[in-house]
Design a protein around this ligand. Structure first.
Ligand code: ATR
Length: 280
């Protein structure tokens, strides 16, 4: 019997996840169906229970329900616990397992697809909202030399760092300096990898970062995809050697979810090439 999965969000019609999972399923000969489902803003849990009753095996969760999914899960992975958000649910029969594959997706895109090791590098994560929380633990697991989380509202960056440092000490290597900063504190620093996890690109806003941030051969990575953001333009103008958008992260987080559900890893490179080629 065909196993059913879905992505739940609101709005959801723009989602590329059904196309990505269809390609994964064809490629790996997995008999699954995957669809996009809009849940009412005030009844995410009701929609999930409905899917469970109908025999679905799991779902992805996107904006604005990742925190509700975190609360709904009866069991959580470490990375979901650290993120305080869930983007993948697996229905286990008697329970709901919640995971967060966003950070793994980001790390795989950077290290495999863009061939940029994070270990021993100076890494800047810009932003301290949900998107940033989602990737902190997987970034720390790569053991960078220094990980700075910087945010317009410094207190939020400090809270994120403090939460990780107090709750996940055993995941953080002693050789990583992990600190929170405001943008103006970054004037004397250079980074090998700068990741934009803010939502500034959604409104085409500039982020007031110092132009001296990028070390020679630096990678600038925007977690948004679909168009050149002001951050990407800024990075090109101020010396980043490689500038990437977040389409690879989208495909890699989907692959990680597919692996969690099916135990099979799809070939993401072929899917990413197809998505870029067809500009879906
Ligand atoms: P998301 O779930 O996408 O992370 P969020 O939780 O609302 O959304 O967080 C948005 C992030 O983008 C925050 O870090 C926010 O900074 P503040 O905490 O200071 O609000 C950041 N952000 C949004 N617009 C920005 C801008 N124009 N410049 C700098 N940071 C911006």
């Amino acid at each position: 019997m065909t196993d059913r999965y879905a992505v739940i969000g609101n709005p959801i019609s723009h989602s590329k996840s059904p196309l990505i999972h269809k390609m994964f399923a064809q490629q790996t000969a997995q008999d699954i169906r995957y669809e996009a489902i809009e849940a009412p803003l005030d009844n995410f849990a009701g929609k999930v229970y409905e899917l469970i009753t109908q025999g679905y095996r799991g779902c992805n969760v996107t904006v604005p329900f990742k925190f509700e999914a975190f609360k709904l899960a009866t069991e959580l992975s470490d990375r979901a616990q650290a993120a305080q958000a869930v983007n993948t649910l697996r229905f286990n029969g008697d329970g709901i397992f919640g995971d967060n594959t966003d950070g793994a997706g980001l790390v795989t895109d950077i290290t495999h697809n863009l061939n940029c090791e994070l270990s021993n590098k100076r890494v800047l994560l810009v932003g301290a909202g949900g998107a940033a929380w989602g990737v902190l633990l997987p970034l720390l697991n790569e053991v960078p030399q220094r990980l700075v989380i910087a945010n317009r509202t410094v207190a939020k960056a400090e809270e994120a760092a403090q939460t990780l440092l107090s709750g996940f000490t055993e995941h953080i290597s002693h050789s990583t300096e992990f600190v929170a900063r405001g943008f103006s504190d970054l004037v004397d620093e250079e980074f090998d990898v700068v990741i934009n996890a803010t939502s500034a690109g959604l409104t085409d806003s500039e982020i007031p970062l110092p132009p001296t941030l990028f070390a020679p051969r630096a990678l600038a990575y925007d977690m948004m995809y679909g168009r050149e953001t002001p951050f990407m333009k800024f990075a090109r103008t101020h010396g980043a050697a490689v500038v990437a958008d977040g389409l690879g992260m989208l495909v890699e987080q989907a692959a990680e979810a597919f692996y969690l559900w099916r135990g099979v890893r799809p070939d993401t490179r072929a899917v990413l090439e197809q998505l870029r080629g067809t500009k879906c």
